[in-house]
Write a protein that binds this ligand. Structure first.
Ligand code: SAM
Length: 239
């Protein structure tokens, strides 16, 4: 994928309050990032306290499930998801600052307390999340890395599945969408070499009423489905 560099993107990302600057320091205590953000929101906007509710709620630890998207791109998917599910905490991981900047801009417009971003290569994901800390992982339109010698860089590869296995809780879920049939077939083959089991799959998501229920389109999904590419999706569960 060719990426256009935005001048100053690194500095903007390094100073943005929605981007976690020292993610490795949060390993094992991600819930505190979100409970602090939720408390700030409550204090900033007293209207978010329901009528008659005790303000002691501010001191309650809020431990929500943690869902992450790896390769979040411009962030539409995870921003929509976070807005729709305030009781789930979300982290979008992206390794290009110019792309992440677009996701951050979307969050600045919405100011959601349950969504944050990390600028990093997901190869180091086990240094950022403790074993069992993550409940669900989304992989959307992951880069195909077509050369065979780059296969281990593909996010649904056995190498990445092993990393994801280490951070997911028991029975944690991975959802993967792509319009790239070769990458999807590769992903299904790699799955057989992993400690995950297939829960569901489709080769044409948008014409599969059951699997498409509640689907949120990503930027790539909209682009590729609009030119007629069917979207493949699998859901797998950690053993
Ligand atoms: N998920 C978005 C969508 O569906 O519109 C973006 C898809 S784009 C093809 C893939 C994104 O994943 C790129 O923005 C790329 O920088 C990011 N990415 C690829 N490998 C990554 C890695 N190892 N760690 C973090 N981000 C990665």
């Amino acid at each position: 994928m060719r990426l256009r560099h935005i001048k100053g993107a690194e500095e903007l990302i390094a100073n943005n309050r929605f981007v976690i600057q020292e993610p490795k320091a949060m390993r094992g205590s991600w819930h505190s990032v979100f409970s602090d953000a939720a408390s700030e929101q409550i204090i900033k906007d007293p209207a978010t306290l329901h009528m008659g509710e005790d303000s002691s709620r501010i001191d309650e630890p809020l431990i929500h499930p943690l869902h992450i998207e790896v390769g979040t791109g411009k962030g539409r998917f995870i921003t929509e998801l976070a807005a729709a599910n305030p009781d789930i905490d979300y982290i979008g991981i992206e390794n290009h600052s110019s792309v992440l900047l677009k996701a951050v801009k979307k969050l600045e417009d919405r100011d959601l307390p349950n969504l944050r971003f990390i600028l990093m290569d997901a190869i180091a994901i086990e240094e950022v999340f403790a074993p069992g800390e993550v409940d669900r992982i989304y992989l959307n339109f992951s880069d195909p890395w077509p050369k065979e010698r780059h296969a281990k860089r593909r996010l649904p590869s056995r190498q990445f599945l092993a990393r994801f296995h280490n951070i997911l809780r028991d029975e944690g879920i991975i959802e993967f969408k792509t319009d790239n049939r070769e990458l999807f077939d590769f992903a299904l083959d790699e799955l057989k070499l992993s400690d995950f089991v297939l829960i569901d799959k489709t080769y044409d998501l948008h014409n599969d009423d059951r699997m498409n229920a509640g689907n949120i389109m990503t930027e790539y999904e909209e682009r590729f489905s609009s030119i007629g590419n069917p979207i493949c999706k699998y859901v797998i569960r950690r053993r």
